[in-house]
Design a protein around this ligand. Structure first.
Ligand code: GDP
Length: 602
């Protein structure tokens, strides 16, 4: 956290604490604790504390120092001080400025029902329009490719379907600008067509409809247009604003028209990015290559990624050793919306994670480590994405004015019944959005959509498939299953009203100070504590506070006095506390226990 860059303190006489002679530059990370600072300047922490007390600042060893305190101490010790922020040590972020903004190519995802021709379309587009390559048209599948139409570039994501699209979005990646919805003219609107529409809508991505397979004698494009009106996609000729293109992916018919429509839609969006801003993008594919090590395909959103750049993505750091474009050719740099394969990551990053260029390798490594640590700390107490219970809080904090729901039911009739009931609820203050509905089990795709859109899944007479349940647990998605309609409505209504006037209140139950740490194999870390106030209750919720900051919020999984499991420990007694999925307890931490009670509404 804290480090010294230049110092001749190795030769320093330890007894001459206040020698005014300059000891060199001292780089201190903002938020350094007394302990960190003492180590850095090779002093006894208690001397630092004593000095601060005499200056009127009461601190404990693990408490972060204020910048003023660091200033005074460094000056007294004869250092030239440099205080840096915890992560961006040397390179402040360059924001996009209006002057630097330049048009960037749109990024397009192809969606639709299975066998309607998504892959054929992507292959067709690539074949007819690949940017002339010296390698003689050898196409590389790197996860995305670019084509040129009317001297303008268009980027296509090479993995068709809304599943990949939403999985990326659930990780925070908003990559796609336009969705091309492929519907086979000889088949019609199918379940995955509807899913694709809902997923694109949830992401607020405009849809262009490609009616495919018009070469087939039984093709009936008019039927498709008719069917799609039910889902809000009305063609321009019928007074709507959705672009429809009739194509044959197989024969290449009207592919050019489709590309042109993509460009028109992109123009309306005024997609712009700056090549000069701090480089950021998203990993869209990543793998471990036998010969080359970790390889990731990256789509840059702003800035320019160059060979030699130090990078970080999630908890993975690296230095760009080589960049390869979608033609398989080495390139020196990648600009916004240009897909490139990046070699140089220390391990395989996650698809959907952001990639960012940082000042140097040291910063990249440090930042990756910090993120890994943070991740470990929050993993146990990781906040639910959104549960019915905590809705009101979000609304109150102004974070949420809409409640997103996904409805799955046993039969279409129940779906409709639920939908109608929701529509009847008062929505003046909190709008209920049914972002997706359908008959059938709750699938992994539903969970992904919920995770990406902060939605709650309502299952009526259906259960999640085991894989979906597992994913929901991982993604912290709230799945509610019911067997009676009025209970669904009652719950949603209660949550909705709760949103407006909180009907829950937190009651603090007890407070214990951590005085010793015990690491027990297979069990984890147990905090040896002294109960200062109230009582510690095994059933209560608990949070761990370090220097006033909540570092964990969750549950107690074990409570012991001596060797006995107990359910309550009162103030004035010592006890061992184990927190659920959390081991990073330190001496001096405070464990607070509390419960949330329902307040009677007036
Ligand atoms: P995906 O599952 O949506 O990716 O669909 P594919 O691209 O794999 O296509 C499914 C099938 O439809 C394949 O047998 C294709 O050859 C066929 N197909 C795709 N596009 C067309 C088309 O425009 N015309 C005809 N006749 N067949 C097509």
């Amino acid at each position: 956290m804290v480090k010294k860059i230049v110092s001749d303190s190795e030769n320093e006489d330890k007894h001459k604490l206040d020698d005014p002679k300059s000891l060199g530059e001292l780089v201190v990370t903002e938020g350094a604790t007394v302990k960190d600072f003492a180590e850095l300047v090779k002093k006894n922490p208690s001397d630092i504390i004593k000095r601060l007390i005499s200056l009127g600042e009461m601190v404990t060893i693990n408490q972060p120092l204020s910048n003023e305190a660091i200033n005074v101490l460094a000056e007294e010790l004869g250092y030239e001080l440099k205080i840096v922020s915890p992560v961006e040590e040397t390179a402040p972020e360059v924001k996009e400025t209006l002057e630097d903004l330049e048009p960037r190519p749109p990024v397009v995802t192809v969606m639709g029902h299975v066998d309607h021709g998504k892959t054929s379309l992507l292959d067709g587009i690539r074949k007819t329009n690949v940017i002339a390559s010296e390698a003689g048209g050898i196409t590389q599948h790197i996860g995305a490719y670019q084509v040129i139409k009317n001297n303008k570039k268009i980027t296509f994501i090479d993995t068709p379907g809304h599943e990949a699209f939403t999985a990326m979005r659930a990780r925070g990646a908003k990559v796609t600008d336009i969705a091309v919805l492929v519907v086979a003219a000889d088949d019609g609107v199918m379940p995955q067509t509807i899913e694709a529409i809902d997923h694109a809508h949830a992401a607020k991505v405009p849809i262009i409809v490609a009616i495919n397979k018009i070469d087939k004698p039984e093709a009936n494009p008019e039927k498709i247009k008719q069917q799609l009106t039910e889902y809000g996609l009305v063609s321009e000729e019928w007074g709507g604003d959705t672009i429809f293109v009739e194509i044959s992916a197989k024969l290449g018919t009207n592919i050019d028209d489709l590309l042109e429509m993509i460009l028109i839609t992109a123009e309306l969006q005024e997609l712009k990015a700056s090549c000069k801003a701090t480089t950021k993008g998203f990993v869209i594919e990543a793998k471990l290559d036998k010969g080359r090590g970790p390889v990731a395909t990256v789509l840059i959103q702003q800035g320019t990624l160059k060979v030699g750049d130090s990078i970080i993505s999630g908890v993975v750091n690296g230095k760009v050793r080589a960049l390869t474009n979608d033609q398989g050719n080495p390139v020196e740099e990648a600009t916004p919306s240009m897909p490139v394969e990046v070699i140089g990551f220390s391990s395989v990053p996650h698809a959907g994670d952001e990639i960012k260029v940082v000042a140097d390798e040291k910063v990249a490594r440090q930042k990756a480590e910090e993120r890994a640590l943070k991740l470990r700390i929050i993993e146990g107490g990781r906040e639910k994405k959104l549960s019915l219970e905590d809705l009101f809080q979000k609304i109150q904090e102004g974070e949420l004015q809409e409640l997103n729901l996904i409805i799955k039911a046993d039969v279409q009739g129940s779906v409709e019944a639920l939908r109608d009931s929701f529509n009847k609820l008062d929505q003046s203050e909190v709008k209920i959005n049914i972002i997706h509905q359908g008959a059938g089990a709750i699938s992994e795709t539903d969970v992904m959509l919920a995770a990406a859109s902060n939605a709650i899944i309502i299952g009526f007479n259906v259960r999640p498939a085991p894989k979906a349940r597992e994913l929901a647990r991982k993604e912290k998605v709230d799945i509610r299953t019911y067997r009676v309609i009025y209970q669904v409505i009652e719950d949603i209504n209660a949550a909705r009203i709760g949103l407006l006037k909180p009907e829950y209140e937190e009651i603090l139950l007890g407070r214990a100070e951590v005085r010793a740490i015990f690491k027990i194999t297979k069990v984890g870390t147990i905090a040896g504590t002294f109960v200062q106030d109230g009582e510690i209750n095994l059933d209560a919720k608990a949070r761990l506070i370090r220097d006033g900051v909540v570092v964990y919020d969750g549950l107690i999984h074990s409570l012991r006095r001596f060797k006995e499991d107990v359910s309550v420990v009162k103030s004035g007694f010592e006890c061992g506390i184990g927190l659920e999925n959390f081991n990073d307890v330190k001496e001096g931490d405070i464990i607070e226990t509390y419960k949330i009670i329902e307040k009677p509404r007036v």
